[in-house]
Ligand binder design. Structure first.
Ligand SMILES: NC(=O)CC[C@H](N)C(=O)O
Length: 204
C-alpha cells in the first residue's frame, strides 16, 4: 500500500506521517503530481490558514493536481476546508470539490472560546471511514472555522452548533479533526481510510 502525503505549507505533515508509521505504513511526502497520481491513496494534511495555504497550492498548481486525482484522498482539518468552494478565512475561493462554504465560529452566539481547541465527540457517523468507531467517541479539534452540515456530511460534532466533522464525495474523504492527534480512535480512522476502495461512492 503506497500512501502519499501532499507536501505543501501545512503545519502537520510530519505528525501525520508519524501517525501512519504508527499503523505500519511508511508514507511518501511529495508535491510531485506523477508520484501522487500513482499512489494507492493520498493524504491532504492541513494546519494553517485557508488563504495562505490556497495561495501556495495555486502557485504550485497543486489545486489542479488534487482535483485530477481519482484514488481515495483524505483531507485533514484545513485540508477539509480547502476542498470546499470558499472559506471566510481570508475570503478565499478554494479547490471546490464540495460546493460548500466554510464559516467562522461566531463567539457571541456560542458563548464559547474560538478556536475550538480540544477533545469533542462525534455524532451521526455513517461511513466505512468510521468502522469500529462509535457515536460519542472523542477526537481532537483545533479550528476557528467549520463546514455547516450538508448532504456530504458523514459525521457531525457540536460546538454551540452542529457542524460537519467529516465529509465524503466520490473519492474525497475529509475530517475536520486531527486523527494524528486523536489516539486510538484517530489511528482506527486512518486504518479505515487505507482500506477504502476507490469505488466507495457517496451513499446519500
Ligand atoms: N488547525 C487548523 O488547520 C485550523 C484550520 C483553519 N485555519 C481554522 O481555523 O479552522
Amino acid at each position: 500500500m503506497n500512501v502519499s502525503i501532499i507536501q505543501y505549507n501545512a503545519g502537520n505533515i510530519f505528525s501525520v506521517a508519524n501517525a501512519f508509521r504508527r499503523i505500519g505504513v511508511e508514507p511518501v511526502i511529495t508535491d510531485k503530481a506523477s508520484v501522487l497520481a500513482s499512489s494507492d491513496c493520498v493524504v491532504f494534511p492541513g494546519q494553517g490558514s485557508a488563504h495562505t495555504t490556497m495561495e501556495y497550492l495555486r502557485e504550485h498548481s497543486l489545486d489542479r493536481v488534487i482535483r485530477s486525482l481519482r484514488q481515495p484522498i483524505l483531507g485533514i482539518c484545513v485540508g477539509q476546508q480547502l476542498l470546499c468552494a470558499h472559506s471566510e478565512e481570508g475570503d478565499v475561493d478554494c479547490v471546490g470539490v464540495f460546493p460548500e462554504s466554510v464559516r467562522k465560529f461566531s463567539p457571541k452566539s456560542h458563548e464559547l472560546k474560538v478556536p475550538e481547541m480540544g477533545w469533542n465527540s462525534l455524532h451521526d457517523i455513517s461511513s466505512p471511514l468510521f468502522k469500529g468507531v462509535d457515536d460519542n467517541d472523542f477526537v481532537y479539534f483545533v479550528h476557528s472555522y467549520y463546514v455547516p452540515v450538508c448532504p456530504y456530511t458523514i459525521a457531525t460534532a457540536n460546538y454551540g452548533l452542529s457542524y460537519s466533522a467529516a465529509l465524503h464525495k466520490d473519492n474525497f474523504w475529509t475530517v475536520q479533526f486531527h486523527p494524528e492527534k486523536s489516539g486510538r480512535v484517530g489511528e482506527r480512522i486512518l486504518e479505515n481510510f487505507l482500506n477504502i476502495s476507490p469505488t466507495e461512492k457517496l451513499t446519500l
